[in-house]
Write a protein that binds this ligand. Sequence first.
Ligand code: PGA
Length: 266
Amino acid sequence: MRPVIIAANWKMNTTPADAGELAATIAARTEEPEVVRVICPPYVCLAAVRDALAGTNVAVGAQNVHHEAAGAYTGEISAAALAGLATWVILGHSERRRDALESDELIGKKLARAVSSGLRPILCVGEMLAEREAGRAVEVVAAQLHGALAGKDIETLLSAGFVIAYEPVWAIGTGRTASAADAAAMAEAIRATLSADLRWGAAAEQVPVLYGGSVTSANIGEFLAEHSIDGGLVGGASLKPDEMAGMVARAAITARARAEATGKSA
Ligand code: PGA
């Protein structure tokens, strides 16, 4: 049974002065033990968020990590520097692909670094609008998966709790979402790529696939109604405690239904 995950990507919002209070408020308003909750604030807010979340079971994630262990990389943050601050990391977000020109190959190196450092990775993939309109969405996402995952050890990724987030670029921060059916079809295509092309076989079924792109408490139910979708990577709405409460409450319904279905079939 795959977990149901709500991951908050705060992007370049909050400061060390206000992030802890926001995280504590969200934790208190989303107490659903069946749902895996993660908050990913900016680097400089990690310590405040970690302290605010102590004693809760909300995890802390970083939004990026450098692929090298240490060295002359001005302005970058190593995996070692995140130890004790974060246990998850978002990799390959489309805003970093766009603004920092991160390639699939580089993202693959970051993934290797994250996993060897004990960080649980969320690998983001997704097509641009023109690519979807040209009927190339699956091909583009498959190429991103190949670029980041080729040659990686499947067992190592699985034991690191590897997660994929499907985030169509045209849906991020735009108020537009993919249809639930399209998102579910992509989640299936992602697992098919892992299973066949990348030779993961049945292990592909163990990988949680989240949907991201203008997720809110009002629309998350459509995505969570799809068996192939295991939660959301949420940007804008994740800064609002009411929205987080609504999304996690809806996620708990799916998590409980899955647990019940597994119990019945066992
Ligand atoms: P959004 O961002 O929810 O604001 O669209 C999602 C993301 O970029 O992870």
